[in-house]
Design a protein around this ligand. Structure first.
Ligand SMILES: Nc1ncnc2c1ncn2[C@@H]1O[C@H](COP(=O)(O)OP(=O)(O)OP(=O)(O)O)[C@@H](O)[C@H]1O
Ligand SMILES: [Mg+2]
Length: 270
């Protein structure tokens, strides 16, 4: 395997067919509790990957490690050509410096269960804030993009509202617009609809389906099996900190091979 150097570009450069994100042999423990055990995964450009599995299986921890909100204990992590962490001789993950982490953070947008909008800012300001402050892009350009995303998310008329004036579904769609306004290579979702009632869930899943149809790269931790089956290209079933089964989403969900996957999915059907 090609040896990478943290922070250095490989031969293909950004925008090649290299995985948008690649984790190899990732491990993570909290004290004595091994939460991720030798996890390897890649998300390719345009792919929608869903991560499913029982509570406590490590799905959120995996997503948080990919999103650089937690540090891996072991393994390697890269974004396209950008290597973020590489194992040392003992297998311990060594991360790149602040500049590398900052570059990597520009590559993905995050959408969580709790919408995490700034409560004191209008929808428009929420969406424009990071592009202006972090990316230092021109205001006119950012505002034009933010307004287009608001329209696309079905939020026209909500520009000057603050989060508490919106429904949960509207807040989540504003969060998605906020993530998209950073022009990320991928969106990471952690149970984006589990705080919503069924009607509002449908609104959010509809916009996510639309993004999938536009080949936006997405990694989605979800309990929405129907959504995963229909929209995801690939499903990953995690249990006990391991990837137990993965494959085409319809195959994993409709015809699981592993007994643990079967048992988990059977609990949904019933
Ligand atoms: N910050 C933390 N400190 C200590 N333990 C943690 C921390 N975060 C997660 N854990 C533990 O790691 C394990 C995996 O948790 P994680 O949240 O990743 O699971 P999950 O698959 O997302 O579950 P759920 O479906 O309930 O969201 C659990 O045992 C949890 O208690
Ligand atoms: Mg979770």
């Amino acid at each position: 395997m090609e040896k990478r150097t943290i922070g250095k570009a490989g031969s293909e450069g950004r925008g090649g067919m290299e995985p948008v994100v690649r984790l190899a042999h990732g491990s993570k423990s909290f004290a004595e509790n091994a939460v991720l055990k030798d996890i390897s995964l890649e998300v390719r450009p345009g792919e929608v990957v869903s991560v499913i599995g029982p509570s406590g299986g490590g799905k959120s921890t995996l997503l948080r490690c990919l999103a650089l909100l937690e540090t891996l204990d072991g393994g390697s992590l890269s974004y396209g050509e950008l290597s973020v962490a590489e194992p040392d001789a003992g297998g311990r993950a060594v991360y790149g410096g602040k500049d590398v982490i900052a570059q990597a953070r520009q590559r993905f947008g995050l959408v969580f269960q709790q919408f995490n909008l700034f409560p004191h800012m209008t929808v428009l300001r929420n969406i424009m804030d990071a592009p202006l402050v972090v990316q230092r892009r021109p205001r006119a350009e950012v505002e034009e993009q933010a307004r287009a995303l608001i329209a696309k998310m079905g939020l026209t008329g909500c520009e000057e509202k603050v989060p508490y004036q919106l429904s949960g579904g509207q807040q989540q769609r504003a969060s998605i617009a906020r993530a998209l306004c950073l022009n990320p290579d991928a969106l990471f979702f952690d149970e984006p609809t589990s705080a919503l009632d069924p009607e509002l869930t449908g609104e959010v899943l509809k916009v996510m389906k639309q993004l999938a149809a536009e080949d936006i790269t997405m990694l989605v931790v979800t309990h929405e099996m129907a959504f995963a089956r229909e929209v995801a290209d690939r499903a990953i079933f995690m249990d006990g900190g391991r990837i137990v089964e993965e494959g085409p989403a319809d195959q994993v969900i409709d015809h699981p091979q592993n007994p643990r996957t079967r048992e988990f999915l059977a609990s949904y059907a019933g």
